[in-house]
Design a protein around this ligand. Sequence first.
Ligand SMILES: Nc1ncnc2c1ncn2[C@@H]1O[C@H](COP(=O)(O)OP(=O)(O)O)[C@@H](O)[C@H]1O
Ligand SMILES: [Mg+2]
Length: 359
Amino acid sequence: MDKKIVSHTVIGILGGGQLGKMLCIAAQRLGYTVHIYSESKENPAVTIADYHTIGTFNEFDKIDNFSKSCSIVTFETENIPKTTLNRVALFTEIAPNFKSLEITQDRLKEKKFLNSQKISTANFFEILSLSDIETGSEKILFPAIIKTNRFGYDGKGQYLVRNIDELIIAWEKLEKKECILEEQINFQKELSIVLARKNNYSIEFYEPSINFHENGILITSDVSSTPDKKIILEARRIATKIANNLEHVGVICIEMFLTETNKLLVNEIAPRVHNSGHWTLDGAITDQFEQHIRSICDLPLGKPNKHSSIIMKNILGDEILDIRNKLSDPFAKIYIYGKKNVKKNRKMGHVNFIKHATH
Ligand SMILES: Nc1ncnc2c1ncn2[C@@H]1O[C@H](COP(=O)(O)OP(=O)(O)O)[C@@H](O)[C@H]1O
Ligand SMILES: [Mg+2]
């Protein structure tokens, strides 16, 4: 498929959220035309895309027409059914590949994959039935976290539980879906590493960000201080192993816990651009969105180096009503996604606070 930078080369993006919007802007800036496939016409990417199709991932006639119009298709979410990607693959190229998506959209598969690569995670146990709850309670130390295997995001679909009674109640609240029970890690820090990969020889890493979550939602990502060199190298080693094994093409983010004994455990993998990489828009030579488009279109990768220290802060729910206040810092760069409905804890935008600009 021809992926030359010419305006008739169409990049398709499955998903019309803020990540799709920022990918769309990066692709258009590089001279591409963008076709967004979105489940709702209210989604942020729809109004700025050159073309859009509104439909569910199961409306195959729409998926087929969308795919026929694209030189290449990528995605902003891992929650895309395999059957949908099979349709897309009949008509055009997809990047990242199926393997990245299939493994990372299911927490159990993801954790098994990681452990098979000798990459450490929290101890976990699969919950499919009441008897698994009993066995799981014996094998996993409380406090623990029960998480649905699929479709969880921003802390949704998970509960912290302190004993078997709480575990049973939580599993019922999760509609007895397939879950994993994992030990709560008493971490000193959470960090993530974002990288772009074209092949084993072409990988560019961003500096890891230190992430702070509240109720499972990312609040800030901080790259204003550089983590210990040894930790950076270990995070890169783990991330490279994951990306190479998935034969991933595009940007990928690996979320990790740094334990009190300075060990890195992988929490989860996002096979796409990630909220903890938004700082790159104002702090790195090539931001994660452009880097993703470069990787999937087989263009040379840009330099990921950090040129400014950034603290990225998400704008959640009605914090959006107080934007003027944030603009009082003249080093603040503000991104508003354009979502029509304000809901509690919904990601409405983010701010990159530039600290110690180096030039
Ligand atoms: N095993 C764990 N131990 C400690 N904290 C956890 C654990 N699992 C999740 N968390 C906390 O909840 C957040 C969201 O969980 P995560 O598994 O990343 O799900 P999501 O898909 O919602 O991002 C994590 O970033 C972390 O702060
Ligand atoms: Mg997460």
